[in-house]
Design a protein around this ligand. Sequence first.
Ligand code: NAD
Length: 346
Amino acid sequence: MFDHPSYDAHEGVHLFQDEASGLKAIIAIHSTARGPAAGGTRMWDFANGEAMLRDVLRLSQGMSYKNAMADLPLGGGKAVIWGNAKTDKSPDLFRAFGRAVESLQGRYYTAEDVGIDVADMEIVRQETAYVAGLDKGEAASGDPSPITARGVFLGIVETAKRALGSGDLKGRTVAVQGVGSVGAHTCDHLAEAGANLIITDIDQAALQAVSARTGARIVGPDEIYDVEADIFSPCALGAIINEQTLGRFRVKAIAGGANNQLVMPEMGELLRRKGILYAPDYVINGGGIINVAAEISGNYSREWVDAKLARLVETLGDVLDEALSHGKPTNQVADRIARERIAAAR
Ligand code: NAD
């Protein structure tokens, strides 16, 4: 474990197995320096235990950085459950997972991530109070994606100011990859601001709905990398900025809600050399975790969420400015600030 390339001095990596329900889970706690570790639970049919471990370590480190950039009193952690989210779920499994979360006595707060929905978390809640992202209850914050999308939209404006010389998106073209929860809301904001949209998804119904509302032009999933646009906004998958796509982008900036957009950190420097301004993913998409943090505080307040989001957008601007003025990749600047904030809290 200590030699694992993604270990990065995690405070704790906890493995849980429950024979009766079939639960196999890992809860990784990267840092509690800023507060209890917070990050969602992902259910995925991993190829093997090593793939599962790598995923959880990278995701929990990412949550430390995201929470630090959003200036939340939270550290970083993440949970993964090994299994097929369509066929392997059961109430017993989520109750066993709830007991696992409870055993950490509040050092880790969980919420939904890929493969996990609110109904699953309601079962986890039966065993532990260290759960957020619920629909019911006094401080329940519900679906975080509208707040994430608002942050992404404001982040696009902030990025446009630097990459296009103006934050006015009227008549600008934005290519949006993925019109799910975050992408569709982002499209609505962009259309309202007068932007022309080019959209793609593998879900035809979602595409038609967004196109009907916003007048967006629809292209195929692979075509989105080749369209000429001012900004590319990835709101679906990770690792879409890679050796294959890098040479295809015909945009001045990349700013979207998807997690882990760079296949490896070095892509940030390659984007810089191409003159593409990249809004680091874990900075621009921090709106959702701000909403969840308000729920964890036990006293949800929309004003608090709005103020934190406004500050996060300023932080994104600071990251872009520093990167531009020092000729550095934006992801490197963001990583440095995140690490400094975590170290300062220690
Ligand atoms: P979602 O599942 O609602 O939407 C994802 C969309 O991407 C779906 O419509 C899906 O059909 C589409 N898609 C899948 N494969 C595709 C492909 N090959 N090409 C084009 N489209 C494809 O998920 P979401 O909640 O909107 O999250 C989107 C991204 O934003 C994810 O990377 C997620 O981790 C990240 N994110 C989400 C939140 C949030 O609040 N929901 C917060 C932070 C980050």
